[in-house]
Design a protein around this ligand. Sequence first.
Ligand SMILES: Nc1ncnc2c1ncn2[C@@H]1O[C@H](COP(=O)(O)OP(=O)(O)O)[C@@H](O)[C@H]1O
Ligand SMILES: [Mg+2]
Length: 612
Amino acid sequence: MLELKEVSFTIRKDGEEIPLVDRASLHVPKGHFMAIVGPSGCGKTTLLKTIAGLNPESSGSLFWDGRDLSKDGDFSPSEIGYVPQFSIAYDPLTVDESVEAATRLRVRSRSTAELDQRIDLVLEETGLSSINDRQVKVLSGGQKRRLGLAMELVSDPKILLCDEVTSGLDPRSEREIVRLLHDLSRKDGRIVLSVTHSLAHLELYDSVLVLHEGRVAFHGPPEQLTHYFSVQDTEEVYPRLATQPSERWHNSWQKHRVSYQKMLDRNRERLLASGGLQIPSEKTPTSTSAPPAASAPTADDVEEIHAEAAIKSDEPSEPISKPKAEIPRLPGFFSQFSTLLSRRWRIFFRDRGQVFLQLAILICFPVLVTLFSDKASGNIRRFSDTRQADVFAEIQEQQSVRSDQAKVGSAVSGIIMFQVVLLSLMGSNNSAREIASERPIYEKEKFGGLRPSAYLASKIAFLSCLVITQSLWMAFFVNMFGTFRGDFIQHAAFLLLVNGAMTTICLAISSLMRTAEQASLLSIYLVGFQLPLSGAVLALPEKIEGFTRPFISAYWAWSGSVEALQTQVHDAVKSVIDTSLSSQNVCFYTLGAHIGVALIAAWAGACRPQWD
Ligand SMILES: Nc1ncnc2c1ncn2[C@@H]1O[C@H](COP(=O)(O)OP(=O)(O)O)[C@@H](O)[C@H]1O
Ligand SMILES: [Mg+2]
């Protein structure tokens, strides 16, 4: 049983406390199908999130099966299913793949047969069996809602919260979904709470809760709705609500609450007696009073019910006892990790645009570097040991050698910087949208029991493959067609590190930003500033340089690579740059620190709840 006692959810705006849900109290017994209705913005989603534990209640208490959720911890992930307003499936996957991934992430299965059985059962229950091989992107609105439900039903939740799962559907699909939700509530005493703006098909619900400006204006049998609001038709309820402030609706509801609760109890008894609802271990109802008349209760009725309620309210509210059903256990870290990683690769390969872009970058960037590396392979002349007889000829010779040295030196330095910047660009392209673009789905999966550590580890594993391929291929290709005039391994290591650093920094940005657009923009700026702030091209004022340099990955990779050059080439580079170079060890550790700090930031971002 779910029970809310005076639950409020308040936000602070301009120093003022604004209640979005105000003192909501209700009982929802097992096997109950309840609609939460109300005009747009009245707080339906907020109430649902408060019940789910996504909005911490500001005051009041929530009880689930006699457990105080505020004190004893929230629902366990498999106990609760929450179908949000947005789609929780990935477009490129099929129905079957989506449900399979949801199952693998939420439920520990003993064998593949058990897993398949669970998936088949859920697909059957939601009427998706015949279209299980269809991609999510081609599904109709109604089918997508069914899929959303299927992905929640995999853990066989005891309470299912649905937010606007019928909105935007044609009347037939809407009725089918409401019917499906109704049927789901008849199974194993499952509670189904469905938020809807629509006032159609209310007869299928056991009760209707009307919210107005965050306050409960009514909670009773659907057939009593028009009577309570003194209207002819349910469609007139919203205009009627607008005629009074919510405080007045709330106050008058306090007077009638108990009598309507009584009606709900009686309806339930009848349903149980007729076999329309079966709850495995439901207690035999204690009340034997006659079913209520369809009309509103009389004043006497109300008084009698009030008196009964007063006696009852002294008794502690007993949870309906039920033998402890086996609660599905969450899969382990590695199981979640491998599910996410294989899903990520599948999504990657199904997205042709993304594969094409990655391949184009992989091929074109190194080609671009080799095209520009012609001058960098020029010969570096030494000053001749024998002195020229003529002083004038000697000066001319020295100038010519210096000019050649400068040409090759700046070409080598430029080409290294070019590689470093291109790899930074690849890094930002790899990860800037990685988390931000799927944040709502990730939040939903986290709510369902996904470990942030498994999620982040799967991202690191996926991105590492891209980083290693891109960096090593760049190093090999350029070395093959242009040759790096120094230690190849050291150079390759710095390319790998700069790509790794930029990829992890952009991953951190992606996990901290609210939207994918914000994350992309910030990452592009970050790459754009690498070149000017590195000091390799433009000499920076010392004060600025000292402040910015520690953060510029491109500088450290460039500096480390320059240090890996043969002495002669290294000297040539040094002769043309104003910037100081750092030792390879310092470069190595600084890039390592960039990766480390970025991983910590990405972890903090991944753990932080970010629903809206
Ligand atoms: N976290 C929040 N901060 C500020 N305002 C919010 C927040 N969440 C919801 N609201 C506001 O509270 C009201 C109720 O929102 P919501 O529960 O989404 O309404 P409904 O689902 O009934 O359409 C809206 O006016 C909405 O803008
Ligand atoms: Mg809403």
